[in-house]
Design a protein around this ligand. Structure first.
Ligand SMILES: C[S@@+](CC[C@H](N)C(=O)[O-])C[C@H]1O[C@@H](n2cnc3c(N)ncnc32)[C@H](O)[C@@H]1O
Length: 336
């Protein structure tokens, strides 16, 4: 046996077992293990009773959660570690159950990867689309806390509500509204039109109400390809994480429609996972996310800044710049 690269061999073995930790966590959240413990049901027997599961199964699961530091154990009594205390107990402010449910959906789709690579597109797309309808509201709910702070940073950089006011905003596939709600909060004279399917719109209405800006929103419950985007009437068009699922051809068409919808001087803001120019960066989230698009969509992909720049220029935009923000690919801003 060639053992000349023991570290690389270990890396492979660890990688091949990487799924186990994730799967254990998913099942623990599905069975509400952390919530039961928070309520004082803290032995395998008590949790088995609460979750209608076998005591043997629960004991094995709990011990694996101890090994992955989500739980600690003393004399067969389990307690929460800070990470599970903060994020995995239902009802707590930071609860991440929606992210876990989203991962269950991804888990199923990624199981089709070999077939998708062979065919060059997602398999069983009809049922993936049906499931998508159920999982988009869960996804957009989980995306709000992630994107909202980045959007706040972008607003401050663009002078929204200060040097740039009374904005007419078009939020395409706006989801829960994390990109447009901060605009409405900063600019009392703004009006936002948010287009998305009915279920995500329900989530957006909830967030807009919570942030006290519901009155500044108009919601269009529609497929973005069937909705009217208008002409020369918006100051800002937002594409928040929508280009990757549409793919190149449709993204280029969306950019052309955004150009038409904008007033002269108006801006298109694209928030996306941007791949490096040579698609060769190590540990690149954008390159891994392209795989997610391969298993989930017909033509989805992640794109480079140079590609977006070229498409925006071809649509007629005169300027194209990067807005560097924390914990995200740079935001891309094209000006008409
Ligand atoms: C990844 S989420 C992004 C949501 C939001 N813009 C954000 O950045 O958090 C994608 C959104 O696109 C919406 N969407 C996907 N295809 C759509 C279509 N054809 N028409 C309208 N909305 C669409 C989904 O319902 C979902 O809300």
């Amino acid at each position: 046996m060639d053992d000349s690269q023991p570290n690389e061999r270990k890396r492979l073995v660890d990688l091949l077992w990487g799924f186990a930790e994730c799967r254990v966590l998913i099942t623990a959240v599905e069975l509400e293990v952390f919530t039961h413990i928070a309520k004082g049901h803290n032995t395998a027997q008590a949790i088995a009773l609460q979750s209608e599961s076998s005591e043997r199964g629960v004991r094995i699961l709990l011990n694996a959660l101890v090994s992955t530091r989500f739980l600690s154990k003393s004399r067969n009594v389990y307690s929460l570690e800070p990470v599970s205390e903060s994020y995995l107990v239902r009802g707590r402010k930071g609860y991440m159950g929606a992210n876990v449910l989203h991962t269950i959906h991804l888990w199923e789709r990624w199981g089709t990867l070999t077939q998708a690579v062979r065919r060059g597109t997602a398999v069983d797309l009809g049922s993936a689309r049906e499931r998508g309808k159920q999982f988009f509201p869960i996804l957009v709910e989980a995306l709000f806390p992630r994107n909202y702070p980045i959007a706040c940073e972008a607003c401050d950089r663009l002078g929204v509500g200060k040097t740039w006011q009374n904005l007419r905003v078009l939020d395409i596939a706006g989801g829960s509204g994390p990109w447009s709600i901060p605009i409405a909060e900063r600019d009392p004279g703004s009006r936002v039109t948010l287009i998305d399917f009915p279920e995500p719109v329900k989530v957006a209405k909830r967030f807009a109400k919570k942030h006290r800006v519901l009155g500044r929103f108009e919601f269009v419950e529609s497929n973005l390809w069937e909705a009217e985007w208008g002409s020369s009437q918006f100051d800002l068009v937002l594409f928040g994480h929508i280009c990757h699922s549409e793919g190149e051809k449709k993204t280029r068409e969306m950019i052309r429609r955004a150009f038409r919808a904008l007033k002269p001087g108006g801006k298109l803001l694209i928030a996306e996972m941007v791949a490096d120019d040579h698609r060769s960066e190590a540990d690149s989230w954008a390159l891994m996310f392209a795989v997610n698009m391969l298993v989930n969509t017909e033509e989805g992909d992640t794109f480079t800044s140079a590609e977006y720049r070229r498409w925006c220029k071809a649509a007629g935009f005169r300027a194209f710049e990067h807005l560097s923000v924390k914990e995200h690919s740079p935001l891309l801003v094209a000006t008409k």
